[in-house]
Design a binder for this molecule. Structure first.
Ligand code: HEM
Length: 390
């Protein structure tokens, strides 16, 4: 029988897309590497997924079926250089230390610390806090800071930023069949990107060295590269982080693991890692085959597509368990692998840790009532998750 945590997680997936739980669970059958009509090659094996993600010679995210192909239509052909070519290598080499665990913690302390403190005070006063909404506001705050957006200091303004990022990311919805975007979608996406990056140019020269834009400048990035990176951070780091935050809070509640974590706070990093593994907010990663290659005895041809079911690969290890420890096969496949490994991983971990610490610091167990799942979204998540302590 399915336990409570898993049941809610399945509902989160099903609300995002009715076929998602089926694809992700049946995906186990594809385990190693299998070809499916209309989808292409599918794997749910963590080692094969990593082998593909590490093979930049034969797999690309620029071809049909990859996110690079999507973004090139929106941002321009220079994306081909930045996303996967030598320009990508240079960009990643320069931004290797853009976020470290230490700098990410400083970023989250500064940008979301005060808002988290307010949420903690509300919980201690016996009020209910919608953690799903709070997560969207927190992520909106981080994005506003990264993109130097002038924002009125109200939750509503940050919700709007989150929604804008979400709209941009929704471009990718339905791209399991094709990554060719209609002209109207491209126009709308360009308009959003223009709005979001409007201040990057202006702040480029003056941004203080401790801000991300200032760091990009000091690391030697060109302004256009920084604008592209800012857009990427926004798209990659909004829904994913908010999803992981709310779902990890729910899982700790549903499994009862919150009680152990309260008694043993040194397990916080394990809770964050397990939350990321079990939720795997970006449940699939796509690539195009750039050149014929044999993987696991199967011949993959240039132009074909591969879908890596990372949710399935990560969850094959079992449900949320604070004692599970590091899994060498999965490693941190929830952040991808290889040259496109998530650049914001330290920020995501710091955001989740910050939220969990706020809940744990109330000293009381949290209860959840009347949760709702988000419907028809790219990244499965909660619509609302009202939490109260005491
Ligand atoms: C729980 C939260 C997050 C998850 C699960 C996640 C997951 C991922 C995954 C799977 C990829 C690789 C995609 C691919 O190979 O096609 C990726 C890339 C990326 N992520 Fe994250 N991400 C998260 C949060 C963030 C945050 C907070 C930021 C920024 C502050 C961020 C920035 C990026 C960027 C810039 C890339 C592209 C890297 C490249 O192509 O070289 N992500 N992320």
């Amino acid at each position: 029988m399915m336990d409570t945590a898993r049941r809610h997680e399945f509902r989160v997936l099903a609300a995002a897309h009715p076929r998602l739980p089926v694809l992700l669970t049946a995906g186990r059958l594809a385990r190693r590497l299998r070809r499916l009509p209309r989808i292409g090659w599918v794997t749910s094996d963590p080692l094969i997924a990593r082998r593909i993600l590490n093979d930049a010679e034969h797999f690309t995210l620029l071809g049909e079926g990859g996110v690079g192909h999507l973004w090139a239509q929106v941002l321009g052909d220079w994306v081909y250089e930045i996303f996967d070519g030598p320009g990508h290598h240079q960009l990643r080499a320069r931004t290797r230390d853009l976020f470290t665990d230490e700098s990410a913690r400083r970023l989250t302390d500064r940008v979301i610390g005060p808002r988290l403190a307010r949420a903690g005070a509300e919980l201690r006063a016996g009020r209910s806090v919608d953690v799903a909404d709070l997560a969207r506001v927190l992520v909106g705050r981080i994005v506003a800071d990264l993109l130097v957006l002038p924002v009125a200091d109200r939750d509503e303004a940050y919700r709007e930023i989150f929604a804008t990022g979400e709209e941009l990311a929704a471009l990718a919805l339905g791209t399991t069949a094709s990554t060719h975007l209609p002209a109207a979608t491209i126009g709308r996406a360009r308009e959003i990107v223009g709005r979001l990056t409007a201040n990057v140019a202006g702040s480029w020269r003056t941004a203080p060295a401790e801000t991300v834009l200032g760091r990009c400048r000091d690391l030697g990035l060109a302004q256009r590269q920084a604008e592209g990176l800012a857009t990427l951070l926004m798209v990659a780091g909004t829904e994913t982080a908010a999803s992981a935050m709310a779902r990890t809070v729910a899982i700790l509640h549903d499994t009862g693991a919150q009680h152990r974590l309260r008694a043993e706070p040194e397990l916080l990093a394990d809770a964050v890692r397990e939350g990321l593994r079990v939720t795997t907010p970006a449940p699939l990663i796509g690539r195009a085959v750039a050149a014929d290659v044999t993987v696991d005895g199967r011949r993959l041809r240039a132009g074909e597509r591969v879908l890596m079911l990372t949710w399935t690969a990560n969850n094959a290890a079992g449900g949320f368990d604070l004692d599970r420890g590091y899994l060498p096969d999965q490693r941190q496949l929830w952040f991808g692998a290889g040259r496109h490994l998530c650049l914001g991983a330290p920020v995501a971990r710091a955001e989740i840790s910050g939220l969990l610490s706020t809940l744990l610091d109330t000293g009381r167990p949290w209860r959840i009532r009347n949760r709702r799942y988000r419907r028809g979204v790219l990244i499965p998540s909660y619509a609302s998750l009202p939490v109260s302590c005491g």
